[in-house]
Design a protein around this ligand. Structure first.
Ligand code: FES
Length: 115
């Protein structure tokens, strides 16, 4: 029998400013995982904090997930770049895999992800 998904409260949406990211931790099927949320062009997206190149975290602690002009998500390990709206790899050592997107739900003032 499939396990039901759960909603995880991440943060108040007003605290996630344009062009910024926030890391969070959660658990799925007993496994400790990290994710991050971003606001890009007014929209909110969430991804697993795991680079498909060498399974390193995309961000660590308070680092920004964005590159300097805030057009792409960048992995700090070997500088793979990803489209912030889709998680698709656009350059660097990640041509065969993209970021794993987490479903975002905004209810009232809060950002949730579905785990
Ligand atoms: S681990 Fe991210 S680019 Fe290599």
């Amino acid at each position: 029998m499939a396990k039901e998904s759960q909603l995880l409260a991440v943060m108040p949406q007003l605290d996630l400013h344009e062009g910024t990211s926030v890391m969070f931790r959660f658990e799925k099927h007993g496994e400790a995982l990290e994710g991050f949320v971003i606001r890009h062009h007014g929209n909110i997206y969430a991804y697993l904090n795991l680079c498909p190149h060498a399974s390193e975290p995309i961000i660590d602690g308070t680092q920004s997930a964005f590159n300097s002009d805030k057009r792409y998500i960048v992995c700090r390990e070997h500088f793979a770049m990803f489209n912030p709206e889709t998680g698709v790899c656009v350059s660097g050592p990640c041509p065969i895999a993209d970021l794993y997107r987490l479903p975002v739900i905004v209810q009232g003032d809060m950002i949730f992800i579905s785990t």
